[in-house]
Design a protein. Structure first.
Length: 131
C-alpha cells in the first residue's frame, strides 16, 4: 500500500484522504465546510462539497476570507465573530487538525483520521445564541 495520496499539488496522508472521503459520505451537497489550509484547496475536488474558502483563484474575496479563516483556526475571533461567520455563511461542518481546540457545545466531533478531525456545527446552539 502507498503511504500517501497525490492530489494535484498536494501530497496528503492516507488517513487525511480517508477523512476527506468520510466528510463527503456524512454530508450532503447543500452543506458548507470551513476547512483549514492547505486542505481547503483540494477539499471541493475530493469531496464534491462547498467550502467557505477554497483555491484563491476560485474564491470570491479570497484574501479577506483567508484572513478570517486564519483568525478562526488560531482562536483569534471573538465569540460573536465566530457565531456570525458560521451563521452568515451557513457553515455546517468544520475540518480542523485533530489537536485543535474548538469550543465545546458549539461543535460535535463526528470523525477523526490521520491528523484531521471533522466537526458538525451544532445549529441549535447557534440559534440559541442569536436570540
Amino acid at each position: 500500500r502507498r503511504a500517501s495520496y497525490f492530489h494535484r499539488l498536494h501530497n496528503i496522508s492516507r488517513g487525511d484522504y480517508l477523512l476527506l472521503r468520510t466528510a463527503a459520505r456524512l454530508s450532503s451537497p447543500s452543506d458548507t465546510f470551513l476547512v483549514l489550509w492547505p486542505y481547503n484547496v483540494i477539499f471541493p475536488g475530493v469531496t464534491g462539497r462547498k467550502t467557505y474558502t477554497g483555491h484563491p483563484l476560485l474564491t470570491i474575496n479570497a484574501k479577506q476570507k483567508d484572513e478570517i479563516v486564519n483568525r478562526f483556526f488560531s482562536n483569534q475571533l471573538t465569540q460573536a465573530e465566530t457565531y456570525k461567520l458560521l451563521q452568515d455563511n451557513h457553515i455546517t461542518f468544520v475540518l480542523a487538525y485533530s489537536w485543535a481546540e474548538l469550543p465545546s457545545g458549539l461543535y460535535d466531533m463526528i470523525a477523526t483520521e490521520g491528523s484531521l478531525a471533522l466537526y458538525r456545527v451544532n445549529q441549535s446552539y447557534l440559534k440559541s445564541y442569536s436570540k
